[in-house]
Design a protein around this ligand. Structure first.
Ligand code: SAH
Length: 357
């Protein structure tokens, strides 16, 4: 029989589980704090629980964290990429980004994966190259943050302050587990990470964006746009193009209205593909009348798909054109590219040379 992963259970479920074992409900509270506040990976570490209960739990349940099987640190020592192995042998990557003295305090952001691959088939993204993958559980998502939290402490930071769901996978294609992970991470008896410090990125699954808006949480929303021309977007993002650009922008505006959070559109610049001044004009046209913020990301190379960033001058001209048209534009600082930890570079396997297969 598979052991139940207690990291997946919220306080209410854990209480039910514990009382069914014939234990008093307050034990569930202790257990929840051990798992979600202290990041315990082993029942034996839980010194506030009686030995007999620890042994009984170990027989039928688990709180084990995924094994870190590779760790790469960028030359600037501000980005760490981890390759994790899950209980069933499935592998995922996640990234820790450290920002010293960011707006007067230190920020440590954890970029988590929500699936061990992706079905969306964006032709510029390394994660799309896997054929088989699965959804991650809420516990497996929370575990990534806990592993990063511990690492951030070891590197002199005060733990994880921010989370972005921008790793492997499409979070909105695994929305139930993603929602539960958010609630677990936000729980005041656990890591207590504010919803405003969490951002979810999606390729644009419109009905799911609307579902998210209905939660009433103040989570940041980022939408991977990458093209303002329907035909070009269909070629670049076949899975995401089920919904029209108009529907997508309307859903973003409604999200903004319902949550009060401004939405970001991510636009990666792929040399010779979507970086022409006419592409900038189409983007400006699409977003005019909205207060969507544009995040420009110079492409991270994907040799398999001939994806390269444009020259610096092209990037600058593109941003300038958007600004002239009245859009709010941010140029995303590239980090972690030397260890293939930048946007769209996460995959499951890594050869020792740093070359990937
Ligand atoms: N599936 C979600 C979450 C992934 S976030 C989404 O699509 O938003 C990863 C971000 O990196 C997305 O914005 C994705 O479009 C972007 N990306 C993928 N490949 C890239 C590349 N080669 N260069 C720059 N950004 C890329």
């Amino acid at each position: 029989m598979d052991k139940i992963d207690l990291r997946c259970l919220n306080r209410q479920e854990l209480t039910q589980y514990i009382t069914e074992l014939g234990e008093p409900a307050y034990r569930a509270k202790q257990l929840f704090r051990q798992i979600h506040k202290h990041g315990a990976a082993d029942f034996q570490q839980m010194s506030d629980l009686p030995e007999a209960l620890r042994v009984a739990l170990a027989e039928c349940a688990t709180v084990a964290l995924p094994r870190v099987i590779d760790r790469q640190v960028s030359a600037a020592e501000d980005t760490v990429k981890l390759l994790l192995e899950l209980a069933d042998g499935e592998r995922i990557e996640m990234v820790l980004m450290l920002y010293e003295r960011w707006q007067a305090h230190n920020r440590a952001t954890c970029c988590v994966s929500s699936q061990s691959g992706c079905a969306m088939n964006c032709r510029f993204c390394a994660t799309a190259l896997h054929d088989h993958f699965r959804n991650l559980s809420a516990g497996e998502i929370v575990a990534q943050v806990q592993i990063a939290d511990r690492l951030a402490y070891q590197m002199g930071f005060a733990g994880i302050t921010n989370i972005v769901y921008m790793g492997m996978g499409e979070p909105l294609a695994n929305l139930a587990a993603v929602k539960k992970s958010l609630e677990l991470l936000n729980d005041e008896e656990g890591m207590n990470i504010g919803m405003r410090r969490i951002t979810i990125s999606t390729c644009g699954l419109v009905p799911k964006i609307r579902e998210m808006a209905g939660w009433g949480y103040q989570i940041g929303l980022a939408v991977s746009l990458h093209a303002a021309d329907p035909e070009l977007r269909r070629q670049l993002m076949p899975g995401a193009s089920r919904y029209s650009l108009e529907e997508l922008i309307r859903a973003c505006q409604d999200y903004r209205e319902q949550t009060g959070r401004r939405v970001t559109a991510e636009y990666a610049l792929f040399a010779g593909i979507n970086d022409h001044p006419s592409d900038a004009l189409k983007l400006a046209n699409l977003l005019t009348e909205t207060d969507i913020l544009v995040n420009i990301i110079p492409a991270n190379p994907l040799p398999e798909a001939d994806i390269e960033p444009p020259d610096e001058a092209v990037i600058e001209a593109f941003c300038q054109l958007l600004q002239e048209k009245g859009l709010k534009v941010q140029l995303r600082h590239k980090r972690g590219a030397d260890i293939q930890a930048a946007c769209g570079q996460l995959r499951r396997r890594q050869t020792p040379s740093g070359q990937q297969d």
